[in-house]
Write a protein that binds this ligand. Sequence first.
Ligand code: SAM
Ligand code: SF4
Length: 323
Amino acid sequence: MKDNFGRNINYLRLSITDRCNLRCHYCMPATGVEPQHHEDILSYGEMLRIVAAASTLGIRKVRVTGGEPLVRKGVIGFLEQLAALEGIEEIALTTNGILLADYARALSSAGVKRLNISLDSLNPVTFKEITRGGDLMRVMDGIDKAEQVGMKIKLNMVAMHGVNDHELLDFAALSIDKPWSVRYIEYMPTIREEQWQQRIISGADILDLLNSHFQLEHLTTDHFCGPARPYRIAGAAGTLGIITPMSEHFCGSCNRIRVTSMGQAKSCLMSNEAVELRPLLGVRQQNELIDTLKKVICGKPEHHRLGTDPDSTTPFSMASIGG
Ligand code: SAM
Ligand code: SF4
């Protein structure tokens, strides 16, 4: 379905939990985010009802995220049911990879063909610092297992001055031999951690650096490709992407809505607006639910202003909404 600005909305990001087994410093405070009560989190059945309603409006791709989606019990059975829903053509998952080695085969059998793995450092010490305790080897093992079962892999690296900027080229080099898509994401001041202003590296600076070391080819995007500007190092097996939510927002081509694990629909990550879907999840309320989702899509703002006016967005953790 088209929104009021003519954008074709075909992509739903669904957060299935606000809980996480890591505490990345750019995503949440050291103390973590106060977890929601279990009874406030939507059941899988409720989530399936929402996706089924959304599919009648043209949602074709669902990305399951969190928190960390693999920490929620029953996730594989849920994904199987999601993949079986009429109208849903693609299921993807975003994960920190910590539990991936255990789940890769089951995820693939459940119908997840594409994985986004968040990986901000290739150095075990830096990785542990960024994630406040994560074990890089477990993630690398998970990536291996996912490759073995034939999943398509995207690595998402949040680029940060003074944290992992010295690894930007190492990440690009991964794409030479591996058929992975390595994507650099501009740091967003979602929780306004201390000195966030100094952390941001613009997509333009990343591209300059890559161009000065590699011969880059600019690629074209496909219809589900999302916000990354895609490149390839000449002759490489994989690709590179740059995602610039801060310096050049990609709102004009944004094709997504979100639903949080608490059942709030959001047409824009950066907007403070959210619509409660929970009162509309009764068996006989499908039409009401569809009408409400229609309004959410139509009410999608033209663009956000986080890059120019951070105070236009109330601080939030991506773990609570679903990144
Ligand atoms: N736990 C899973 C993971 O880390 O992949 C899924 C949820 S996480 C909130 C989704 C994505 O949001 C991750 O790729 C993470 O790097 C990104 N993210 C969280 N906070 C961010 C921030 N302040 N700036 C940029 N990206 C952020
Ligand atoms: Fe957890 Fe993902 Fe947030 Fe890191 S980015 S704390 S892994 S939800």
